[in-house]
Design a protein around this ligand. Structure first.
Ligand code: GTP
Ligand code: SF4
Ligand code: MG
Length: 433
C-alpha cells in the first residue's frame, strides 16, 4: 500500500500573526472545514494546527495555523517558541493582521520571515470592521509585498487569497526537483536495493522508495527492486548492466562490494541530501570526519521518531563505522524530531538523517543553524560512504558535489602537510606494500 502524499512533499503554508487577528478563522475559511478552534478569546490556538489539502492549482499543501506571537506569560513564551519553530518549515508565510492595524509585532514577524527568505503574503483580515489603512497599502506596494483584503468569517476575498498564494509559490512547488529521475535515461535500468529489516514499515514500502519507483517510470526507465541479499543474483541475471544502483545506506558496504566499479552507485540518503538539504555543503562536512579525535562529541539527528532496532543505523552502525575510522571512542548523542539542541558548541559534527519526512525548508533551516554556530552538518549516507572509503564513488553521479569533495579532501591533506591526493596514493601504496 502506498499512502497519500507525505508531509515532506507538501508546500507548507504557515499562518502567523498576533492573537485574535483571525488566523484560525482563515484556516477554516480556506479549507471550508472547522479545523481550528475559533473564539473571541485571545490565545485560543496554543500548539500549531496542521491541515493537509489539495489546493489547486498549487497541488498538495500543508496549512499550519500557529499561536499568536504576542502571547504572554511563561506558557506564552513556550507557545511563541513553537510558532518560531513552525517558521523553520514554512515555504509561504501568511502574515495575518487586522485591517488598519500594523504594530511592532507585525513588523518583527515580517523581518523574521524575510530573514528566512520566505515569500510573504499579508492578509488584511476583518475588513468588515475597519477599512485598510491607505498608508499601509502604499508601503506594501512600494516594497512589492503582496497583500489581500479578507473577511475570514464570511469567506470574502478567499478566491483572491488563493490566487495570491499561487502567484508567490516558489518555483519548486510547481515543478518539484528530482529525486533521481534526472540520473537515468529512457530505456535504461536502475536497481534499487531495499533491505526489509525490522524497521521497514509493515506491508508496504517507504514513501521515498515509492517516489523513486514513480520517478523511474516517469523517466521511461526500468526499475528492478531487490533486497541486499538478492543483488548479486540480479546483477548476474541482467543482460545489460544497470545505469545506476541506489541502496539503503545501512547496507552500503555489502552493496559496494557486490556492485562492479563500472556501475554508478549511490544511496537513498545521498539523493535526499540533494533533494532536501545541501549536497555540496553536507559533502564538505563529511570530510571533516578526518579532524575528529577520540572523545569528541557527535550529534546524530533524525527527523522522525521510530523505534530503534538492534542494528539501528544511527545508533549502532554509524558509531561503529565512524569509531573504526577515527580509531577510538566518540561520544554520540541521538536526537529525534524537532528536539534539537539550541547550543551546538559541544559538538564537533552533526550527522543528520535524510529527513524524508520533512520539507526542504525545514532541513535547510537546520543546516543554516548549524552553519551559523560553525558546526559542520553532514548526512547519514555521506558519512557512511566516507568512513567506508567509498564516498568518491558514491558522488560520481553528482559532479558539483564530487568537485567539492575533492577540494575538501585536498584542504584536509594540506592541513596535515600532504600536498596532493596523488601523494596520498603513493603513501597508501607504500604502506600496503
Ligand atoms: N468581524 C470579523 N471577525 C472575525 C474575522 N475573522 C475572525 N474574526 C473573529 O475574531 C476572533 C478571533 O478569531 P480566531 O480565528 O480565533 O483568531 P486567531 O488569530 O486564531 O486567535 P488566537 O488563536 O487566539 O491567536 C473570533 O471571534 C472570530 O470570530 C473577520 O474577518 N471579521
Ligand atoms: S529517520 Fe529520517 S530518513 Fe529515516 S525515515 Fe525518519 S525522517 Fe526519513
Ligand atoms: Mg487561533
Amino acid at each position: 500500500m502506498i499512502r497519500a502524499t507525505s508531509k515532506g512533499f507538501r508546500l507548507h503554508i504557515g499562518f502567523f500573526g498576533r492573537r485574535n487577528v483571525g488566523k484560525s478563522s482563515l484556516l477554516n475559511a480556506i479549507t471550508q472545514q472547522k479545523v481550528s478552534i475559533v473564539s473571541p478569546e485571545a490565545g485560543t490556538t496554543t500548539d500549531p494546527v496542521e491541515k493537509p489539502m489539495e489546493l489547486l492549482p498549487i497541488g498538495p499543501v500543508l496549512f499550519v495555523d500557529t499561536a499568536g506571537v504576542d502571547d504572554v506569560g511563561a506558557l506564552g513564551a513556550q507557545r511563541i517558541e513553537k510558532t518560531r519553530l513552525a517558521i523553520n518549515r514554512t515555504d509561504i508565510g501568511v502574515l495575518v493582521c487586522e485591517s488598519g492595524v500594523w504594530t511592532d509585532f507585525e513588523e518583527k514577524l515580517l523581518a523574521e520571515l524575510r530573514a528566512h527568505k520566505i515569500p510573504v503574503l499579508v492578509a488584511l483580515n476583518k475588513t468588515d470592521l475597519q477599512r485598510p489603512n491607505t498608508e499601509h497599502m502604499i508601503r506594501f506596494e512600494q516594497e512589492n509585498l503582496p497583500y489581500v483584503k479578507l473577511v475570514a468569517t464570511t469567506g470574502e476575498g478567499m478566491d483572491k487569497f488563493r490566487a495570491k498564494l499561487w502567484e508567490i509559490a516558489p518555483a519548486e512547488s510547481v515543478e518539484p526537483p528530482a529525486l533521481l529521475r534526472d540520473l537515468i535515461g529512457p530505456n535504461e535500468t536502475a536497481v534499487l536495493v531495499m533491505p526489509i529489516d525490522k524497521e521497514a514499515p509493515k506491508g508496504r514500502i517507504k514513501q521515498l522508495q515509492a517516489q523513486s519507483i514513480r520517478e523511474l517510470l516517469d523517466a521511461e526507465a526500468s526499475c528492478v527492486v531487490v533486497k541486499d541479499a538478492g543483488l548479486q543474483r540480479t546483477l548476474d541475471n541482467l543482460k545489460t548492466p544497470p545505469s545506476l544502483v541506489v541502496t539503503d545506506a545501512a547496507v552500503f558496504d555489502q552493496v559496494a562490494r557486490v556492485t562492479p566499479d563500472s556501475i554508478p552507485l549511490t544511496a537513498f540518503s545521498i539523493l535526499l541530501s540533494r533533494l532536501k538539504g545541501d549536497l555540496v555543503a553536507q559533502t564538505r562536512a563529511a570530510v571533516t570526519v578526518d579532524s575528529l579525535r577520540p572523545g569528541d562529541k557527535v550529534l546524530v539527528a533524525e527527523s522522525c521518531t521510530h523505534h530503534p532496532i538492534e542494528e539501528d543505523i544511527g545508533r549502532v552502525k554509524i558509531p561503529r563505522w565512524l569509531q573504526k575510522y577515527v580509531g577510538g571512542d566518540l561520544e554520540f548523542t541521538t536526537v529525534k524530531g524537532r528536539d534539537f539542541p539550541q547550543d551546538l558548541s559541544p559538538y564537533k559534527l552533526v550527522i543528520h538523517c535524510g529527513a524524508c519526512m520533512w520539507n526542504r525548508q525545514e532541513m535547510l533551516s537546520r543546516i543554516a543553524e548549524c552553519h551559523r554556530q560553525g558546526v559542520p552538518i553532514t548526512n547519514y549516507g555521506l558519512v557512511i560512504a566516507y568512513s567506508l572509503g567509498i564516498l568518491e564513488r558514491a558522488l560520481e553521479p553528482f559532479p558539483e558535489a564530487l568537485v567539492a569533495y575533492k577540494e575538501a579532501r585536498q584542504e584536509q591533506l594540506e592541513a596535515v602537510g600532504i600536498s596532493s591526493l596523488a601523494d596520498l596514493d603513493v603513501i597508501e601504496m607504500s604502506l600496503v606494500n
